[in-house]
Design a protein around this ligand. Structure first.
Ligand code: G
Ligand code: G
Ligand code: MN
Ligand code: NA
Length: 253
């Protein structure tokens, strides 16, 4: 496991980078954006995945400067990408970042620093973050809502979901966890029962749905039949370095 000092050095030496996993509309397979995923490029070239350092960052408070770097870098990249195509960049937020006052102001600052519209960014949080009923969390999400920054629930369906938070916050999108996608089989309605229930609920509440972890044409087809709006997964593109994603966008544009 990486230590606080390793991570502090990584931030100071600018060793973090964002990779981008493309996201598509299910109807027509149009490129609509990407999820930005942080990686740590060590001086010898080794790439460290977030599962190995995000927990350390969360425990030590370094997630605050790290998360702010991710936000700024995502906005910088979004500004470049918007010159080629109308896209949305999604980023992941940790609970620690949301509980700290001032997140909405940071977001507003980065949007204006790079001159991008709020609709070019999407913030992903897990269900547990929205179950926090503190004033700070409510205030932050209502500010973000007024600003017009879209909010998505990551790994939807895997938390201990009281769905009450869906009444308190305006959520724009549910990201259907890949555990509900991996088993999808054409001709087997049971395999898609949970995904279908999520899609139905989202529709009644006027939220969009994005299926994660789509790896096969069969899964893609099942989701399209169920009326899911968007997807991401190895079938259509793995997380990739910025330059590769840019090439991807230019081919598509
Ligand atoms: O990148 P990978 O493809 O291994 O992502 C693993 C997990 O790491 C993701 O589920 C995501 O929740 C988390 N993660 C990736 N990038 C970030 C980030 O910038 N901030 C936070 N808080 N979590 C991230
Ligand atoms: O933020 P979140 O927890 O959703 O992070 C996405 C994670 O899922 C990343 O680790 C990413 O590399 C991984 N991932 C993305 N697409 C696929 C896929 O099609 N299959 C699998 N198994 N993992 C995926
Ligand atoms: Mn995510
Ligand atoms: Na997820």
């Amino acid at each position: 496991m990486w230590t606080e000092n390793n991570l502090r050095r990584a931030l100071a030496n600018n060793e973090l980078e964002l990779h981008f996993q493309p996201q598509f509309s299910l109807d027509g397979r149009r490129l609509i954006g990407a999820e930005a995923l942080v990686r740590w490029r060590q001086p010898d070239g080794t790439l460290i995945m977030p599962g190995q350092f995000i927990p350390v960052a969360e425990d030590t408070g370094l997630i605050l400067p790290l998360g702010d770097w991710v936000l700024g870098e995502a906005c910088r990249r979004a500004a470049e990408l918007l010159r080629h195509q109308d896209l949305m960049i999604a980023i992941n937020l940790s609970a620690v970042q949301v509980r700290r006052p001032g997140l909405a102001e940071r977001v507003a600052g980065w949007l204006s620093a790079y001159g991008i519209p709020p609709s070019a960014l999407e913030l992903e949080v897990t269900e547990s973050v929205l179950m926090d009923d503190s004033d700070v969390v409510s205030e932050t999400f209502s500010q973000l809502r007024e600003m017009g920054v879209p909010l998505a629930i990551d790994d939807f369906g895997t938390g201990y979901s009281s769905l009450a938070y869906l009444k308190r916050f305006r959520v724009d999108k549910l990201k259907i966890d890949r555990s509900f996608v991996s088993g999808l089989r054409a001709g087997n309605p049971d395999s898609g029962a949970i995904a279908e229930a999520i899609i139905g609920m989202a529709r009644s509440l006027r939220m969009q749905t994005l299926a994660e972890g789509v790896e096969t044409e069969e899964q893609y087809h099942c989701l399209a039949t169920m009326g899911c709006d968007q997807c991401q997964g190895y079938l259509l593109g793995r997380p990739m370095p910025y330059e590769d994603f840019l090439a991807f966008v230019r081919r598509d544009a």
